[in-house]
Each structure stands twice: as C-alpha cells, then as structure tokens.
Design a protein around this ligand. Sequence first.
Ligand SMILES: *Cc1c(COP(=O)(O)O)cnc(C)c1O
Length: 412
Amino acid sequence: MSVTPVIEADVLRRQDPELAEILLGELARQSTTLQLIAAENFTSPAVLAALGSPLANKYAEGYPGARHHGGCEIVDVAERVAVERAKALFGAEHANVQAHSGSSAVLAAYAALLRPGDTVLALGLPYGGHLTHGSPANFSGRWFDFVGYGVDAETGIVDYAQVRSLARLHRPKAIVCGSIAYPRHIDYAFFREVADEVGAYLIADAAHPIGLVAGGAAPNPVPYADVVCATTHKVLRGPRGGMLLCGSELAERVDRAVFPFTQGGAQMHTIAAKAVAFGEATTPAFTAYAHQVVANARVLAAGLAAEGLVVTTGGTDTHLITADPLPLGVDGRAARGQLAAAGLVLDCCALPHGDSRGLRLGTAAVTTQGMGEGEMAGIAALVAGVLRGRVDARSARDEVRDLVGGFPPYPG
Ligand SMILES: *Cc1c(COP(=O)(O)O)cnc(C)c1O
C-alpha cells in the first residue's frame, strides 16, 4: 500500500479527474493563502496516511474486545493504542476516542449525565458559547433548559461572580465551561468549586485549548471536570474528530452514551489517525510547537492592538485572538470579506459588548507552517493595511503569496 502523504493524486487523476482537480485546487488554496481560522490546522502526512488507509473499510460497532462485527482484531489494537495514548497524554483515567466530532462529544457528555429538561449553565452564545451550549437551533437548546453566563463587557473576562450567583439561583444539573472564542485560560478550579457547591456536574468543552494542554501550554481541565469534551483537529493537529476524557467511575456511562446511544460504528481510520496525532503530541517538538503557537498569538495580538484594533481582554493566553476592527472604520463582517479578498482567511465572531461583529484569528496553522514572531508582526501590519485601505487587495495577495511561499504546509 502506498502511503503517499498528501493526496494520491495520480490514482485519482486517472480515475476521476474532476475530483482530483477539486482536491488539488483545495491544496493550492491552503498553500497560497494565509490560514488564520482559529479552529484549523495542517495535519501531518502521517495523520493523512492513516485517514487514507484501508481502516476506512472496516465496520467496528462496539468497543475493543466487544464488537458487533467480525474481523476487528487489528482495529481493536488501533483503538486500544489511541485510548492509552490519550489517557497518558492528558492524565485521564478513561478516554473515549470514538466521538465523530466535537459536537458529538458534547452530545454524548449530555447523554451520559443529563435527562431532557435538565437545567444547564453555560457561557451564553453571544459571548462565545458553542451551538451545543444551548442554541435554539441545536439539540442542546431544544432538549435542555440552558441558562447563560457572560463575560465582563469592559474586560472581556468570564464574569465569575455571575457564574456563582446563577449557579446558586438555578441549581443546574451541569455547568459547562469552554468557548469558541475565549482567548484566556479558564479557571477550572473555580468552576469545580461552584459545581461542588450546587451539586452540579462540571463539563469542560476544551475543543480549542486541548492541543495547548497536550503541549503543556495551557491548564489541564482533566483534574477538575467530571467530563472533558474535545476535538482532535484544532490545535491538537489530528484528524477531524472528537473525544471524551473522564474518571473511571463515569467511564461506562460515557462509553454507552457514545455507542450505542448517539452513534453507530466507530470510524477506525479516524481513530488510527487520532492515535498518530496523540503520538506526535507527546514529542518535545510538539511541546515547542504549542508554546510557539501562544508566543505567536501574543505578538499578533499586540501588533493588531498597536494598529488600532480593539483586542478583547487586551491580549491572549492561547492560540486565539478576537478583535474589533471598528476603529479602523470597518466592522468584523466587512473586514472578513476585505481580508479574504486579500488572501487572509479568518472568521467573524461576537464581541463582549455585542454591538457589532469582531474578527477571530488563530495561530495554530501558521505556526505548523513554521512561522514565528517576525511573520506575526508582518501579518498584523498587513491586516491593518488592508482594512485602512493602505494596501490594495492585489498587492496584499502578492504579499501573502510571497509569505506563505516560504512556509509550505506540505513541502514537495
Ligand atoms: C469546535 C468546537 C466544537 C465543535 O466541534 P465540531 O467538531 O465542529 O463539531 C464544540 N465546542 C467548542 C467549544 C468548539 O470550539
């Protein structure tokens, strides 16, 4: 079997030129524009090889040693390796690596701990809560009674006093901490204390920072939360997928909440790729990477602030930055469009004061490419140049192409 890293281009080109062209076009897009979406990264060729392997063919409902299908003896080993590596990496007594995505992991955590109609306290969606934290468009908002806490409108920091008072008032069955857009470390010890005071479960949705946790660059929620939900594809740099971490006493409930309650057969190629990513994340190189991700984000945040954008919380502890470009004369939505036309790919997000949309950026992908603080300062200047109209889209695109040309995500 060939495990050619990126795309089995020749095989695909011969059989299906239409799709080959699409895949190569996406590779070209990723290699010639700047990937600043905070949730994205570039997986390694080894992770891509596992994803493109014949494990994709295997049906494996159930868990290692207790499958509903025959022929699972090899994939059972892959899943055991993934589970053991995840437990070691995060210091967890139990890991479930079958969740198909971050959202599926959150669904399973709720299924393990809650009943429909239960009250749940989570960061409100206008402040960076995820859809699975009570959006009316999502199962969470439909099946549970969500109460939202917020962030301080001035500082952008989680309103911890409000967390405590809402917990006392509503007596939730679970408290969720975690966000799609929070740039600072979360005080897990505080959340644990409040959860204990009101008799609630604590669920940490660490989809974003879990990769920093793996690299020792962010606090680990595992010692504090009853269940930790995470993705494997953000800073952690693995395949698109989810996982859950918990103590032994909840292991069986969590496993049964994933399968058979919310999912069917496990995706064994993805689980093998998760194992590869966990292996990579135990290396000194990954520890250095995680710390560089944060160092880069700090420089990028400082650069954007120096250019006049209002950076939420005044900076970042993580890979993630949110900023209001309004002082430059453009709101987040328009800014995202202008920057996309210039080859800078990023997201809009809500802002603490809630009046207009902001920009959300992350440094996970550019750091994987090998960029450092010098490049981050250049990117901040380029963002401001485009938004102030000092640099037109064409010359910005050329500048981006030159920059990323020196840092190919998949050399060769
Ligand atoms: C990304 C994210 C998710 C969802 O992950 P998907 O894999 O897109 O389903 C859930 N919660 C938080 C906090 C996230 O950042």
